[in-house]
Design a protein around this ligand. Sequence first.
Ligand code: AMP
Length: 120
Amino acid sequence: MAIYDKDNLFAKILRGEIPCNKVYEDDYALAFHDINPQAPTHVLVIPKGEYVSWIDFSANAPADLMAGFIRAVGVAARELGLEKDGYRILANTGGDANQVVPHLHIHIFGGKNLGPMLAS
Ligand code: AMP
């Protein structure tokens, strides 16, 4: 089972100790612009809870938080204006995926044709 580091970067953003460029927030999730965007639109959505990964979240989060987090990803994508032309959502998890911040986060990419799913 993953150990959650309460001092990870996104925990600090959730506590308001580090600022973010907020896109959307509700009781379950916070969405903000990635500081190093990889596409014209690049937003991160994080659940308001101490979860490292999708496995951790899906096993341990309460149902209202799971629903609220998934809803927030959709709301953020819509509010970013991505519905018409499309977008990509992605969650890096663990070492092989090069997850840098150990708090579950969904990346939303859009604003251009994003090419193949994975770079080689
Ligand atoms: P990952 O590699 O999936 O763990 O993604 C971590 C993401 O966090 C990267 O895309 C970073 O650019 C982004 N990031 C790092 N620091 C900040 C910050 N202070 N505000 C917003 N995004 C950040």
